[in-house]
Design a protein around this ligand. Structure first.
Ligand SMILES: C[S@@+](CC[C@H](N)C(=O)[O-])C[C@H]1O[C@@H](n2cnc3c(N)ncnc32)[C@H](O)[C@@H]1O
Length: 423
């Protein structure tokens, strides 16, 4: 865009969109891939080679959109609380399942399966249609788009239910929580705690009733299945091979989804997954027979001193759930098991300064950061904040390298324990 500085910004943006759209078209043609549509059976997936073009297209189109709005309409556009009403209705009543695949249902038929009158239901769904969720193939009728079709999967519906049933009430109390507990480092002093009128932190509160726990588990499963969180980034972006016959402790490793992938790709590795009792209780049954010798589970509270000797302690998506005071405790609890040169690998978002990421990705990362605050009074951290956290926990934690896989928000932060006195 630098060659056309004299042109007004909206023209520069339109030109960037035009040339990037041509590039994307050529990539898709060359690879015989389908073009994106909103059709319910749409099979489009952005090829990895097109990710730079995708960044330019989305950011330029969004900037053009924002640029052409007046300020009040712009604020109105980003004030998304109204959108949550349709999302909540759709998720709570499982409305996506009321529309037949490749068919249609009338507003009246759908309304009869909910608590809404037909006019209210129609308003809810027409607001959703403005966001590409459902469509009106003819007056009075509702059909799927690719977005609403996705929600027919019960796990995807739960994925939508968590922001509406848990996140939205908690978000509305978050400013009040920061006001009530300024500078708090307690996970139970959050918008979530206020919204639920509880002194429990989110993870303790969300375990009952069972349907609530199941809904949250499904939300986590869907989130973990997105490409950004794919275990492939753990496998491909660290030199596990060079560790030889090493033991890796996956601290807070849930039911072993990362451990199984490590065992599958690195036959010399043994992985011990530690998590809370209820999580690891039956986890062994999920491990394929061929890996059972090398993937084991242990109930261990990561605030208690680590007792297992290992070459590597791996913590993925653990510390971002905790305010600094607790993250420091989790790191210090590893110290009894660390020898000079032991590795601690943290896999987390490493927040960038503003403007480094394409804006559409920065928006997603900043939402994740805000969500950690809303739910757990926690946060995502920048490189500088990770470094400061480690030094605060103990200056013998030496940050060696930050590895940033392509197409993943999660970086691998490679740390060595530096204490020649330890064995
Ligand atoms: C966000 S999940 C991350 C799971 C996994 N590491 C991954 O990358 O998908 C955080 C994990 O920390 C576990 N956890 C929470 N409190 C814990 C504690 N006190 N001791 C051990 N694990 C805990 C949770 O059960 C959960 O599995």
């Amino acid at each position: 865009m630098s060659s056309c500085q004299s042109l007004p910004r909206f023209v520069q943006l339109a030109q960037a969109i035009s040339s990037s759209a041509t590039q994307l078209h050529e990539i898709l043609l060359a690879k015989h891939l389908p073009f994106p549509t909103f059709d319910e059976d749409d099979a489009f997936q952005m090829p990895k080679e097109a990710s730079k073009v995708q960044d330019v297209l989305i950011d330029a189109a969004a900037e053009l959109h924002d640029l052409l709005l007046d300020p009040i309409t712009l604020i109105h556009h980003y004030g998304t609380y109204i959108n949550m009403i349709s999302f909540q209705a759709i998720a709570r009543f499982r409305i996506a399942n009321m529309i037949p695949a490749n068919g249609q249902a009338s507003y009246e038929e759908v309304a009869q399966q909910t608590c809404f009158t037909e006019p209210v239901l129609r308003r809810m769904l027409q607001a959703a249609m403005a966001m590409r969720i459902f469509r009106e193939p003819e007056p009075g009728m509702v059909a799927h788009t690719k977005v609403s079709k996705l929600l027919t999967d019960p796990r995807m519906n739960d994925w939508l239910a968590i922001p509406t049933e848990e996140g939205w009430p908690a978000a509305s109390k978050t400013v009040s929580a920061y006001e009530k507990w300024p500078g708090s480092e307690e996970p139970n002093e959050s918008g979530f705690s206020l919204a639920n009128n509880t002194s429990d932190a989110m993870y303790n509160c969300i375990t009952s009733p069972p349907e609530r726990a199941q809904r949250f588990a499904n939300f986590m499963r869907v989130t973990a299945s997105s490409y950004d969180y794919d275990p492939v980034h753990v496998v491909n972006n660290y030199d596990w091979e060079s560790l030889g016959a090493a033991t890796v402790v996956d601290v807070g490793g849930s039911q072993g989804h990362i451990a199984i992938q490590l065992a599958k790709h690195f036959s010399n590795l043994k992985i011990l997954v530690q998590d809370i009792e209820s999580v690891v209780a039956n986890a062994d049954s999920r491990v394929p027979e061929e890996f059972k010798q090398r993937v084991r589970f242990e109930a261990h509270d990561f605030f208690q001193p680590q007792a297992v000797a290992a070459e590597v302690f791996f913590l993925r998506l653990v510390l971002h759930n905790w305010p600094d005071k607790y993250a420091v405790r989790i790191l210090r609890a590893l110290i009894p098991a660390l020898n000079h040169g032991s590795r601690v690998i943290i896999m987390e978002i490493c927040m960038k300064e503003r403007g480094v990421l394409p804006l559409w990705k920065e928006k997603l990362v900043r939402k994740m950061d805000m969500m950690m605050g809303v739910l757990l009074n926690a946060r995502e951290r920048t490189f500088g904040e990770w470094k400061a956290l480690l030094t605060h926990a103990d200056p013998r934690f030496i940050l060696k390298e930050v590895i940033e896989p392509q197409n993943s928000y999660l970086a691998l932060i490679d740390i060595r324990w530096n204490d020649p006195q330890s064995h």
